[in-house]
Design a protein around this ligand. Structure first.
Ligand code: NDP
Length: 253
């Protein structure tokens, strides 16, 4: 039986990588709903691939009024919202992660805004439209647990996201809304092209493959399957916690 039959989902950043993998997994389990992003072309292309049960809404998750509009439009179109996946985040456009000596105050704020502030306010703006009993999934990162050079601010923001899930799940207990974090390890998405020059992408991926205990990088579909579990009733007793999907990477020293 389909685990998410007729459930309405909003997946921020569903026009690329992990977000699109989650949207595909949700669709395969019978969900309908909205994917978001700022790039209209990739949004249109992703909606085309998902089919008629999904719509695309353009919006910047760091802008409050655009966030609010995403949930308003989704509710007006589908009449309810059962699940929100707070996935948009990662690398700030034109501002790669940097060592402490190179980080400006603006750079710091942009990373925190995109990866932490937007997560909190995505939940806040969704609330008026969410069903009681809804499931909210915050996309964290194994970087919250495993430090890497130049990734300090990003890792700290994602560590705070894990804390958000704990606190929000208590805040929202009265409405039986569950909030959990799903933290990917190294997943094969377009993000690598934003971190290193295109000609080095395959080399970097090979380094990850060699490091990850299961011997491969993760796929967006790996995160999609875990997100289906957290969105579905199967996980109804899982509240305010974190699931790591990282091929065992976080546990090796
Ligand atoms: P991608 O770069 O493929 O996707 C990032 C998504 O976020 C895109 O859909 C992008 O859409 C959207 N986005 C970025 N900035 C904004 C913004 N200001 N407003 C709205 N949407 C925005 O990366 P991934 O799929 O790899 O990353 C997805 C999530 O997974 C991120 O939160 C990332 O931190 C996390 N993650 C990824 C890992 C990996 O190895 N890939 C590991 C651990 C965590 P658009 O550009 O159209 O706005």
């Amino acid at each position: 039986m389909s685990k998410l039959k007729n459930k309405v989902a909003v997946i921020t950043g569903g026009n690329s990588g992990i977000g699109f993998g989650i949207a595909e997994a949700f669709k395969n389990e019978g969900a309908i709903g909205t994917i978001t992003g700022r790039n209209q072309d990739t949004l249109d292309q992703s909606v085309k691939e998902l089919g008629t049960d999904f719509i695309g809404i353009k919006g910047d998750v760091t802008k409050m009024e655009e966030l609010e509009q995403i949930f308003k439009d989704t509710f007006n179109r589908f009449g309810k919202i059962d699940t929100v996946v707070v996935n948009a985040g990662g690398i700030v456009d034109g501002s790669p992660m940097a060592a402490i000596t190179d980080v400006t105050e603006d750079n710091y704020d942009q990373y925190m805004n995109l990866n932490l502030k937007s997560a909190y306010f995505t939940v806040q703006k969704a609330l008026p439209y969410l069903n009681d009993g809804a499931s909210i999934i915050l996309i964290g990162s194994s970087a919250a647990h495993r430090a890497a050079p130049g990734m300090t601010i990003y890792g700290a923001a994602k560590a705070a996201v894990i804390s958000l899930a704990k606190g929000l799940s208590l805040d929202l207990l009265e409405r039986k809304i569950r909030v959990n974090t799903l933290s990917p390890g190294s997943i094969d998405t377009p993000v690598f092209g934003k971190i290193v020059p295109q000609e080095k992408v395959e080399q970097v991926k090979q380094v990850w493959k060699d490091l990850i205990p299961v011997g491969r990088m993760g796929l967006p579909s790996d995160i999609g399957k875990a997100a289906v579990f957290l969105a579905a009733d199967d996980s109804s007793f899982i509240v305010g916690t974190e699931i790591l999907s990282d091929g065992g990477m976080t546990n090796i020293s």
